[in-house]
Design a binder for this molecule. Structure first.
Ligand code: BGC
Length: 235
């Protein structure tokens, strides 16, 4: 039996506003395959994004179950918001649909929540933010997730949200220097609000950070978004 469990392979999928990524993990969460990536098709309707996942999955070899990080609120496998994808995702049963397509059990969680599960130490207050097309956020207390914390759409400054001020569109518009200054203000504001033990910063644009970070702020590689996929099957 142990041997059987030990050979379970989990396909981990990260749906992003610009790319869809996939990789197979072993039972301990270690990568078994090279990460595959395809551009997120536009307009990013459920149908075309699911087709992209099916193509990526076919190139990943054997797997027994699937974890998906989705860039919006997810409840019981149903996607409830989708700020950077097509509005047809609102109220879409992604877990059931993908499970029928891939013929495997599927669990879906918010992308930042999944990234956090791959990064945290499991002690104290740990906050995760992701900087990509959107602004993702996840909060953990002693390793327990407060799900679907949508800080990205919360007011930050100048009447704008964290996502509007720090998302990829803002970065492209204002440039790295100004964006870094804004990010510094955001970190100060988040420290004052959450008094976290550790803040993790991930996402595709985290590589553009160019400042001295406080000791309790850590940068995490983008692959963490996929590594977190194993934690969905822990209980
Ligand atoms: C969504 C979040 C997501 C973040 C990063 C935001 O627009 O509302 O749910 O985590 O983008 O993808």
């Amino acid at each position: 039996m142990l041997e059987d469990n030990g050979s379970i392979r989990t396909l981990s999928v990260d749906i992003g506003g610009s790319g869809v990524k996939a990789m197979v993990l072993d039972i301990t969460g270690k990568p078994l395959t090279e990460r595959g990536r395809l551009e997120t098709p536009q307009p990013a309707t459920p149908e075309v994004v699911i087709n992209t996942i099916v193509v990526l999955a076919a190139a990943q070899g054997e797997y027994h179950r699937v974890s998906v990080g989705f860039p919006g609120v997810v409840r019981y496998g149903v996607t409830e918001t989708a700020a950077n994808l097509h509005c047809d995702w609102i109220g879409f049963d992604l877990a059931t649909t993908l499970s029928q397509q891939l013929n495997r059990p599927v669990k879906v969680i918010n992308d930042a929540d999944m990234q956090g599960l791959g990064a945290i130490a499991g002690k104290g207050v740990e906050l995760v933010i992701t900087l990509g097309t959107g602004f993702g956020s996840a909060l953990f207390v002693d390793g327990k997730l407060v799900p679907n914390m949508e800080m990205g759409h919360h007011r930050f400054r100048k009447g704008e949200t964290y996502e509007k001020q720090l998302g990829r569109a803002a970065l492209d518009k204002i440039g790295e220097k100004k964006w870094n200054r804004r990010l510094e203000k955001a970190i100060t504001s988040l420290q004052q609000l959450f008094n976290y033990d550790c803040l993790y910063i991930g996402g595709g644009e985290a590589v553009r950070i160019n400042m001295n970070l406080p000791l309790n702020v850590k940068l995490i590689p983008n692959i963490t978004g996929l590594l977190g996929g194993i934690a969905l099957w822990k209980d």
